[in-house]
Design a protein around this ligand. Sequence first.
Ligand code: BT5
Length: 269
Amino acid sequence: MALVTGRMRHIERELATTAMARPTVILDSVGSTNRWLKEAWVQGEARHGTAVWADEQTEGRGRLGRAWESPPGKNIYTSVLWEPPRERLSGVLSLVAGVAVSRAVREHTGGDARMKWPNDGVIRGRKFCGILVEAGVDPSPWAVVGIGINVLGQVGAAYPNAVTLQECVASPVSREDLWLELMAQLETAYVAWLGEGDDWAVQAWTQHNATLGHMVRVEKPGQDIWVGRAESVAPDGGLWVANAERREKVISGEVSLRLADGGYAPESD
Ligand code: BT5
């Protein structure tokens, strides 16, 4: 089993937050940080801000039952619990988390990190990050915000669209420092969204996106594939796509989004 680094163990002391990542549970290995945190919350052992960070996941998950490759010693696999007001729970949470990821990566590495709708962090047209937000209202509103960031080394050949941050930026990337920055940015973004509303999240997300303005291919399981221009992101996190014949709001969780030419994401805007 991988050994968590000494710094990772004591990292909570270096946090610049008041609620986010307080407390943080550090694990050598876990099935999925999202599942672990959800279970802790159900058992009354997690509250708003509680975070978990694992060195390795043996059953890391993406959307629609897909797998998230999570080898030890290289990356960030982390989940944070949010307890937003019931009426504020929506797909916008994924945008709020995306804002925090791109700001943290820009701040820490200087790299041109962007968000591909709905939940992928991309740099130089390849995926370095996946966000999985799971939420519910029973017995009170909760959201588990799961973030996987490829930091060091290389991702397996099975994922040709994937990249690690260290492959894209010149200076050394520290996963501990990046995680600290991510927690600070999650706190800032959450507080701004709570106070200023969903439009704040849409605007902030739009600033660093790799989707709007591009021709995209909308693929819903069991339905015809169509191509349109990605126009805007709605306050509920949906994506407006339009062509001469139709205009539709595409909902996250239902679709895979590709560029019209089949590419994964633009290299730059
Ligand atoms: C995501 O799903 O991108 C969300 C991934 C969320 C992972 C975090 S890690 C911490 C927390 N705990 C969890 O169990 N999950 C969260 P989706 O959009 O469905 O993309 C999944 C697809 O990305 C896979 O089908 C692969 O094609 C690709 N993929 C898998 N591992 C990858 C990796 N490490 N880097 C880049 N792409 C990957």
